[in-house]
Design a protein around this ligand. Structure first.
Ligand SMILES: Nc1ncnc2c1ncn2[C@@H]1O[C@H](COP(=O)(O)OP(=O)(O)OP(=O)(O)O)[C@@H](O)[C@H]1O
Length: 772
């Protein structure tokens, strides 16, 4: 029986192999075509007329794109197949497949038998055979949707869904799901065999590396609904840990590009909470064939020239993230004008006479200028004009003219006379200095000054903490920024306006990431380079679609920053309130509403946890019940039979306490144990305050081990996770329980919880917070 089954399996694998061979044959033909096009195009280039050049550009672009994609898609090119009943109408779509979702009336005969009318293979890219019949359907094409969406409850035309595992040109195996078990279907007269025990489980059980993998061969129906949701307005997705929110967001970017490449190429921004999550996820889109078309950026790297990956202490972060900072920054942007040594008077010589404005008059002029609403740097021309007005009035020259025209002429000469004097330009530079966001931020490090700017907005202890945190910066603002500083810089950028004399800057790597380079044509390159650079800069600040991952964590100031980049964008916002490390969710919700505006929203919920085995999820759910009572946890689909391990270190206390050494030894021992238990990665999560220590503890162990502060664990996953002192993590901030929930939901296979004295472990080593 087993042997017979094996031979069926072999036959099926052989069948798929022969199809894959056909696909590769066709792909090779296409590559030759592309190479020929490239070659032909470069010959045309030698003709050199503008018309020929423009034509060449278009050809090279298309051929190059094609080659690139074909080459990058060669691994695991084909991964799915569906066998379908006859459709209701006989219409075919552009991809050569029948379009109807529902079966035709007589598709299933009265005796419960049916003949398969159509077989579609699904892959990373669509491939048509020479006769235009579909060899492979692009996973994003409408005809591929049933592969993801059909369920036994609503199978549509799908009788059997098959996942094909392949590597390079070789088919390794097939796994089938029967969606209409009640009928006996035949294909070319032979009964349809069903093989394997579920590709999804196989995918979920695989060891994890340092990079996320795409899920294109096993997207589930509820996820597919989100990926293919129309781009209009705002798509909001909520779901617990491990429900695939990040994966779905990335696949959605690829889908949008497929749907409307013109609109989205270079115009999709994915905002990720940490640089770690960016590097974990950035390989997914290239694996889906979308190399360089989407910008994935961490919240600390959204502002040009700022690369922040340090964190403020929670109480500082809380103030810096709060919308109250808008008021403080408004005052700071204006107040910073008086940072340097303020000249108390202005003395010039005009028309041979000395004219002077004193402190009082200068103050009055400044007040008048500041009456406007323009950004501070852009008020400089107005300041200059009003100074000249005041000098003119003071000179008394006006009285000498009765004729308006003569007066106007004299005034023009007067202005010219003064404005070219060094004394005047030097005065203006000192009196209305050009401010940079970093300089103003650095000015806030002075507690008394910050106290003035935040009067009746921040409490004195908040002022002290924020000022102290900014002492890392020098007077010009150079120095390490925290992630929360970046949103402040962005706000200041707006309040100050671009400096009047733009500084020359190097090309940002993102310029290449936008993909616009790839899309340039002859005409583009003929346009002045400057104009292009400006357009790029503009593009970067205004995206066509913005995807926000871990949206529950954005502070109000961060929502403002992200919102500015998508004033006309459509949005996909994914997150989980139960994992929020922000302590004032209401304030953040208001800022989110403001960023998303009044655009209509469509909400989706993801309900299945694909990451954690049920044994791990059950433990984490206890913390969820404490952190967010009444919240339904997602349902874990897998069970490994491995219960979490509880270990106790005979240490505890503060980070610098002498027994920290004992805790370190226990952490190292547990991490080493886990390395022996799993093939993939081991994440060691500690309270933020122990980050540096943890790096020391784990030094030289193995590069499969990653030490992480609790906030850095966001979005990541490891085969095994060691959570060190739940109580420490929970006590570190007002949202600490939710942060702990994040830490406990990172493991794909094994979880160990290491307690210190502070965790009050019971006889089994279970810490107080995790007891039933
Ligand atoms: N349909 C699927 N097929 C295979 N693997 C999946 C599927 N959906 C999710 N996964 C896997 O489950 C894990 C969790 O996915 P992901 O990180 O996207 O979840 P998340 O909802 O963003 O989690 P968190 O909120 O904890 O950050 C990943 O390893 C992902 O590849």
């Amino acid at each position: 029986m087993g042997a017979q089954h094996d031979s069926v399996r072999e036959r099926e694998v052989r069948g798929e192999q022969s199809h894959l061979d056909d696909v590769y044959r066709r792909l090779e033909e296409k590559i030759h075509e592309a190479e020929f096009l490239m070659d032909d195009a470069s010959k045309r280039a030698q003709v050199g007329t503008p018309g020929a050049l423009a034509e060449r550009d278009a050809q090279v672009f298309r051929a190059g794109l094609h080659l690139n994609r074909l080459n990058s898609e060669f691994e695991d090119f084909l991964f799915g197949r569906i066998d379908l009943l006859l459709g209701k109408d006989g219409k075919k779509g552009p991809d050569g497949a029948y379009t109807s979702v529902e079966p035709a009336e007589g598709a299933v005969r009265e005796d419960g038998t049916a003949e398969i009318a159509e077989t579609l293979h699904i892959g990373r890219l669509g491939v048509l055979d020479a006769d235009y019949s579909p060899l492979v359907i692009d996973w994003r094409a409408p005809a591929a949707a049933p592969f993801y969406r059909s369920t036994p409850v609503a199978p549509g035309r799908v009788v059997r869904r098959r996942v094909i595992r392949s590597k390079g040109r070789q088919v390794l195996g097939v796994e089938d799901d029967l969606l209409r078990p009640e009928i006996r279907a035949t294909i070319d007269g032979v009964e349809l065999p069903v093989i394997g025990d579920g590709a999804l489980m196989a995918a979920l059980g695989r060891a994890r590396g340092h990079a996320m993998r795409d899920i294109v061969s096993s997207i589930q129906a509820e996820q597919d609904m989100v990926i293919r949701a129309p781009a209009a307005s705002v798509t909001e997705v909520e779901g617990g840990p491990g429900t695939g929110k990040t994966a779905v967001a990335l696949h959605r970017a690829a889908y949008l590009l497929y749907q409307d490449r013109r609109r989205y190429a270079g115009g999709i921004l994915i905002v990720s909470p940490t640089p770690l999550l960016v590097s974990y996820t950035e390989g997914v889109l290239p694996s889906l064939g979308e190399e360089g078309q989407v910008a994935i950026r961490a919240l600390g790297s959204l502002v040009e020239g700022a690369e922040a990956d340090t964190y403020d202490e929670q109480r500082v972060a809380r103030v810096k993230g709060s919308a109250r900072m808008v008021k403080v920054l408004r005052r700071a942007a204006r107040g910073a004008l008086e940072l340097g040594e303020m000249p108390q008077s202005l003395r010039v010589v005009a028309f041979g006479a000395r004219i002077e404005l004193g402190a009082e008059e200068l103050r009055a002029v400044r007040q008048q200028v500041l009456g406007g609403t323009a950004p501070v740097n852009l008020m400089r021309p107005r300041a200059r004009r009003l100074l000249l007005d005041a000098l003119w009035a003071r000179s008394g020259a006006r009285r000498r003219y009765t004729d308006d025209e003569l007066e106007a002429e004299a005034r023009e000469a007067f202005d010219e006379d003064i404005a070219t004097e060094d004394v005047f330009t030097e005065f203006l530079d000192a009196w209305w200095p050009e401010l940079t966001p970093r300089r103003v931020l650095a000015a806030m490090a002075d507690e008394r000054r910050l106290g003035r700017w935040s009067r009746r907005v921040l409490r004195p202890d908040e002022v002290r903490a924020v000022a102290r945190s900014l002492r890392r910066l020098d007077a010009e603002g150079a120095g390490p920024l925290s992630v929360h500083d970046v949103a402040l810089l962005d706000e200041l950028h707006l309040l100050l306006g671009a400096p009047a004399r733009p500084k020359k800057r190097d090309m940002d790597p993102l310029d290449q990431l936008t993909g616009l380079d790839e899309l340039t044509t002859y005409a583009d390159r003929e346009a002045p380079r400057r104009e292009r650079a400006e357009r790029l800069a503009e593009e970067r600040r205004d995206y066509a679609h913005i995807i926000v991952d871990e949206a529950q964590d954005l502070t109000p100031m961060q929502w403002r920053m992200v919102g500015r980049r998508g004033r006309t964008a459509t949005w996909t916002v994914v997150g989980d309130p139960a994992q929020s490390s922000w302590s004032d969710p209401d304030e953040a919700a208001a800022a989110r509403d403001e960023a998303l505006g009044t655009r209509p929203r469509r909400r989706f919920e993801l309900t299945v946890n694909y990451r954690n085995p049920s044994e791990v999820a059950e433990l984490a759910d206890r913390v969820l019940a404490l952190a967010m009572p009444g919240t339904a946890p997602p349902k874990a689909v897998r069970s490994t039979g491995l219960r979490p391990r509880f270990a106790v270190a005979v240490a505890g206390g503060e980070p610098d306490a002498p027994d920290a050494e004992a805790l370190g030894a226990a952490v190292r021992e547990e991490a080493a144990r886990m390395l022996g238990e799993v093939d993939g990665t081991v994440g060691v999560v500690v309270a933020m305050g122990r980050r540096a220590q943890a790096r020391e503890w784990l030094k030289g162990l193995d590069d499969r081990v990653v030490p992480l502060g609790s906030l850095e664990a966001k979005g990541l996953e490891y085969d095994a996770t060691l959570v060190v002192s739940p109580a420490e993590i929970a006590d570190e901030s007002p949202a600490g329980l939710r942060v702990l929930y994040v830490a406990l939901t990172r493991a794909t296979q094994r979880l160990t919880v290491l307690s210190s004295a502070r965790d009050l472990p019971d006889a089994e080593g279970v810490p107080d917070l995790l007891r039933d």
